[in-house]
Design a protein around this ligand. Structure first.
Ligand SMILES: [Zn+2]
Length: 222
């Protein structure tokens, strides 16, 4: 077990649940009240928004062969849904390199996100340049799944067999962000979950100190 982090800028474990019908917070743990409005590093949770911006310029998503992501894992031949499910940085690098920054800014505005910096890595969810409030992340994802079937399918695969397979159902996405706690660890894991797939009644975001997103996903149903 991890010791509880004594931190000025985060807790060992944060959880936020919104009512999808009203977008109002239902429950929070760690991220209490105003905390959920304070921007955090979302890691790969930003990837769907990069995909949406890409699709504003290009008629279809590419097929990309990943021969090795950061960390060495080779994801093989991927289309968008599989790339979301395994959160392939190589795939999203292809999208991020080509994305029109003006379209990216528009997507951020439409989805209620702080403006993405024009940095390739930031659009993959790497680095410390794009922070988003937890409440804004959850609200934006509720919009995403209503309008983007390919992203939705990626999130379904993610929950079933991808990085969020610890959840096993619903729609999910994980991220691993640089740790910003006072007792620093290599990273903090995030996971978002919407359930059921059609018209979610639950919308949950968790962040756990010092673990990858795939491990943080275990917290969703806990
Ligand atoms: Zn990959």
């Amino acid at each position: 077990m991890l010791a509880a982090a004594t931190s000025v800028c985060g807790h060992a474990y944060d959880r936020l649940e919104l009512n999808p019908a009203t977008s109002k917070p239902l429950r929070a743990q760690g991220w209490l009240d105003d905390d959920a409005q304070k921007p955090v590093l979302p890691g790969s949770l930003v990837k769907p928004f990069t995909a949406i911006a890409y699709a504003r310029t290009f008629p279809r998503f590419p097929t990309v062969t990943c021969n090795g992501c950061w960390g060495g894992r080779a994801h093989g031949v991927l289309r968008l849904p599989q790339a979301i499910a395994v959160s392939c940085n190589r795939y999203f690098e292809e999208l991020s390199l080509r994305v029109d920054p003006a379209q990216m800014r528009l997507v951020c505005a439409e989805y209620g996100l702080p403006e993405a910096p024009d940095i390739v890595e930031a659009r993959l969810g790497l680095g410390r340049d794009w922070r988003i409030p937890p409440v804004a992340i959850l609200k934006a994802y509720l919009q995403v799944i209503a309008h983007h079937p390919a992203i939705r399918e990626g999130m379904r695969l993610c929950a079933l067999q991808g990085t969020a397979r610890a959840v096993g159902k619903g729609l999910a996405k994980t991220g691993t962000a640089p740790c910003e706690h006072a007792k620093p660890m290599p990273g903090d894991g995030l996971a978002i979950w919407l359930w059921p797939e059609d018209q979610p009644r639950r919308a949950v975001l968790v962040r756990e100190h010092g673990v990858p997103g795939a491990i943080a996903a275990k917290r969703i149903l806990a």
